[in-house]
Design a protein around this ligand. Structure first.
Ligand code: MF3
Ligand code: CO
Ligand code: CO
Length: 257
């Protein structure tokens, strides 16, 4: 892939908008608000900053972002009825489109005091994503990403969800290759400069099995154990990587403030 400079310029802009949306939400997410209010804040922020929310009307999804609480693995649908309570952990997943390019990122948020186990799950999930990002460079293979995440997660007694994966991203939301969050070293496609994709491990405190609820979207752990996720959009450079969705405010993982 030659001359990806212009593509990376646009990925930076889209990624920055998605990350700024999460930064804004970090300062607003608190006990007593509904997940629909988070959706409204995200929708308005992205619109007011010259972008569009990718999830809105994507394959029939009718909200602007995903809100996944506690045992919800991913794709939780914002609702007026679900009010954030002390002890909740919520993943908010934002995907912004700007100048035809996509930036996709998610973080966990804790409401008030959360359990030691939940905090540990969140830390292990974040660290598994960052460890995988830190090995990125041309010549490594997709299996190395999965292996890095899976070994860190399993050493800590948690499990990697198999039914959802990271994905290529650029001028479309989801494209090849699939980025599995489990795998074997030195297997799969080799990374090349110019590739852009997400890493977004979903990690369960119990078993990795999930099921999708009747709404067609909400994925929950089958054993009702807690689940956590973080996501970054990244690009492969000549000698390493670039994270397009880094927080300008240093909001990496809870506690943020
Ligand atoms: N943002 C999710 C991802 O990381 C996809 C959400 S699709 C939606 O790929 F329709 F549920 F929003
Ligand atoms: Co994604
Ligand atoms: Co996402």
């Amino acid at each position: 892939m030659n001359n990806y400079f212009e593509k990376f310029e646009k990925m930076r802009i889209a990624g920055k908008l998605a990350a700024q949306t999460l930064d804004m939400l970090t300062e607003n997410i608190k006990e007593g608000i509904s997940t629909d209010y988070i959706d409204k804040l995200g929708y308005e922020f992205i619109r007011d900053n010259g972008g569009h929310s990718a999830p809105l009307f994507y394959r029939g999804f009718n909200k602007s972002l995903c809100t996944s609480l506690n045992h919800v693995v991913c794709h939780g649908i914002p609702s007026k009825e679900r009010i954030l309570e002390e002890g909740d952990a919520i993943n908010v997943d934002v995907t912004a489109i700007k100048d035809n390019h996509y930036g996709d990122t998610s973080r966990m948020f804790c409401i008030g005091k959360t359990s030691v186990k939940l905090n540990n799950l969140i830390n292990v999930t974040y660290d598994s994503m960052m460890k995988a990002i830190q090995i990125l460079k041309p010549g490594i293979k997709l299996g190395d990403i999965g292996y890095t995440i899976q070994s860190h997660v399993e050493e800590n007694g948690f499990s990697v969800v198999r039914d959802f994966c990271g994905h290529g991203i650029g001028t479309t939301f989801h494209e090849s290759p699939n980025i599995l969050h489990y795998g074997k070293k030195n297997t799969g496609m080799e990374l090349k400069p110019g590739m852009t994709f997400t890493i977004e491990p979903m990690i369960n405190a119990g078993k990795f099995d999930i099921k999708v609820l009747n709404d067609g979207w909400t994925a929950v752990t089958k054993d009702k154990s807690l689940s956590a996720q973080f996501e970054h959009t990244v690009g492969i450079t000549e000698n390493g990587y670039e994270i397009f969705t880094e927080s300008a405010k240093g909001y990496l993982k809870p506690p943020y403030l």
